[in-house]
Each structure stands twice: as structure tokens, then as C-alpha cells.
Design a protein around this ligand. Structure first.
Ligand code: G1P
Length: 293
């Protein structure tokens, strides 16, 4: 069984739901407390043992590449001012040299197409796919939980799932549930953005996947699906015909940072958890929620 060493981060999306904030800045660089969203998912991948971080970007996304590079002027200035804590923070955010790759999607043809664009970077080995819009607050992180389950299952393919109210399933990929293996289960069907009455369950795909490289050949031939886009879910359904494919009920709380409400909730949740900010933030929230006479 080849180990999982690489993760793909699709970051080419325009972020129209965050205009005007995302006009000149990638939505993945919006901050949750004081770190960009993309940093949270890269840290989650690193915790899970990922060694190489492959970003599928687009025009206007170069701030992400700059974020994962050194900034010698800034580092020298911080060093000369004795700001060692800030220097340490920057250091901890930085993957080692040569451990990142950036490729451009060139055209917005869908998530499946974005994943396919990373095929040469990934090569012939299983990999993780992380959608940065979705933050999962948990310890250990969601991908680490999945990697452990994947090893126990003896490999194959795995997607994180969670329950949502039935009336929300049409915004997501939805899975059918087969034979259970603890928190994992064999998938019995998958459908992208179904009508609630057509959905096989209320378990949605949550933006974390472990996939075998055969997915790339299937994506290459994949016809457009929901929304006229090439969907990774459709190719996964085909892969599941020949290869083991599991859903995995992870332990954690999800924040859909692609939506304004999820983004705001994530800022509160992560802020309240911070030793240096939590108490003050709680006071501010209490004050806002206390009716004034
Ligand atoms: C994508 C996937 C979908 C998944 C969702 C999770 O949809 O296609 O299966 O449930 O991410 O956020 P998107 O949000 O890109 O429309």
C-alpha cells in the first residue's frame, strides 16, 4: 500500500459570495481570527502527515503563493526588533522549500477539472483532497482521523461525511449508506446536488477525501454533470464500481467558510478558543447580546 504523501487544495474559485472582499484578494486569504483560511487546512494536512501541498490556482490568486514563501525583508525587520514570537509564528506557517506546487486551472470547468489539473503533480499514488472552504474544528484534525481509518481499512477511497437537515442536501454531494465498519461505511451510491426527494440520505460529502490515482483517468473522460460542471462526485461514483469506497463520519464541527454565516461563526468559534482572546471576546459577545435599558 503506497503511503499518502500529497494533498490537493483547489483554490481557483472566484469567491463571488465574498465580493467586494474577494475582488483583489483570494477568498482563501480571508482571515479566521489572525490566520488565513488556507493556513488552517494546510496545517490540518501537515498534522495528518502530508508532505507535499499542491494548489490548483487561477488568475488573481498569487497572494496564496506569496503566503507560503519567505518574506526576507519582513523577517529581517522582525529579527532586528527582537520580535521572536512573530518570527516563530511565520516559521510555523511555512512548508519546507520544494514542498509546495502551484498549477493553474485555466478555465472554471468545475471541481473535477480542478482536481484533474493536479494529475502530474500527484502521479501514481493515493492522495488527499481538501476543499479549503470547509473548516473542520476537531482534535485530531479531520484528515488525520481519515488517514488512521484508511490504514485500518487497508486503503481504498474515503470521503468525509456529516449529517445535515434534509432541506439542505441540494447544496452538496450526498452519499448512500452501505455496510458499516465502525465510523466508516461502504458507499451505496453518490449524487451531486440532488433534490431532497432524490437524495439517498442526509449525509453530505464534507470537503475531505482520500482518493486513488485511478480517479484522474475517470476525470479525464468525465462529462459535465450538476451545474454544467465536471464533478469529482460523478468520477468517484465510477471509481466505486471497481475500487473500495467508504464514507467516514468524522468527529468535529464544520464551518462552511464559503458562506458568510459559516465564516462569521468560524471566527467566533476559533476566537473563543484562543487563550489570548477567548475571555475578552466572550465579554464582547455578551455585551452585544445584552439588551440595553
Ligand atoms: C463541493 C462538492 C460537494 C461537497 C461540497 C462540500 O461542492 O462538489 O460534493 O458536498 O463541495 O462543501 P461545491 O461547494 O464546490 O459546490
Amino acid at each position: 500500500m503506497k503511503p499518502i504523501r500529497k494533498a490537493i487544495f483547489p483554490v481557483a474559485g472566484l469567491g463571488t459570495r465574498f465580493l467586494p472582499a474577494s475582488k483583489a484578494m483570494p477568498k482563501e486569504m480571508l482571515t479566521i481570527v489572525d490566520r488565513p483560511i488556507i493556513q488552517y487546512v494546510v496545517d490540518e494536512a501537515a498534522e495528518a502527515g502530508i508532505e507535499h501541498f499542491a494548489f490548483v490556482t487561477g488568475r488573481g490568486k498569487s497572494a496564496i503563493e506569496d503566503h507560503f514563501d519567505r518574506q526576507p525583508e519582513l523577517e529581517e525587520t522582525l529579527a532586528s526588533r527582537g520580535k521572536t514570537a512573530e518570527l516563530k509564528t511565520l516559521e510555523a506557517c511555512l512548508p519546507a522549500a520544494g514542498r509546495t506546487s502551484f498549477t493553474r486551472q485555466q478555465a472554471p470547468l468545475g471541481l473535477g477539472h480542478a482536481v484533474w489539473c493536479a494529475r502530474d503533480i500527484v502521479g501514481d499514488e493515493p492522495f488527499a483532497l481538501i476543499l479549503p472552504d470547509v473548516l473542520v474544528k476537531s482534535s485530531p484534525g479531520c484528515l488525520k482521523q481519515m488517514m488512521d481509518a484508511w490504514r485500518e481499512l487497508g486503503g481504498g477511497n474515503l470521503t468525509a461525511v456529516e449529517e445535515v437537515p434534509r432541506d439542505q442536501v441540494s447544496s452538496y454531494g450526498v452519499v448512500g449508506v452501505g455496510h458499516q465498519h465502525g465510523r466508516a461505511f461502504e458507499l451505496d451510491g453518490m449524487v451531486e446536488k440532488p433534490k431532497p426527494e432524490d437524495a439517498p440520505s442526509n449525509l453530505i460529502i464534507t470537503g475531505r477525501y482520500i482518493l486513488e490515482p485511478q480517479i484522474f483517468e475517470l476525470l479525464e473522460r468525465q462529462e459535465p454533470g450538476a451545474g454544467g460542471e465536471i464533478q469529482v462526485t460523478d468520477a468517484m461514483l465510477k471509481l466505486a464500481e471497481d475500487r473500495p469506497f467508504y464514507g467516514y463520519r468524522f468527529d468535529g464541527t464544520t464551518y462552511d467558510c464559503g458562506s458568510k454565516i459559516g465564516f462569521l461563526a468560524a471566527n467566533l468559534a476559533y476566537g473563543l478558543d484562543r487563550p489570548d482572546l477567548g475571555d475578552r471576546l466572550r465579554q464582547e459577545i455578551d455585551a452585544l447580546l445584552t439588551p440595553t435599558a
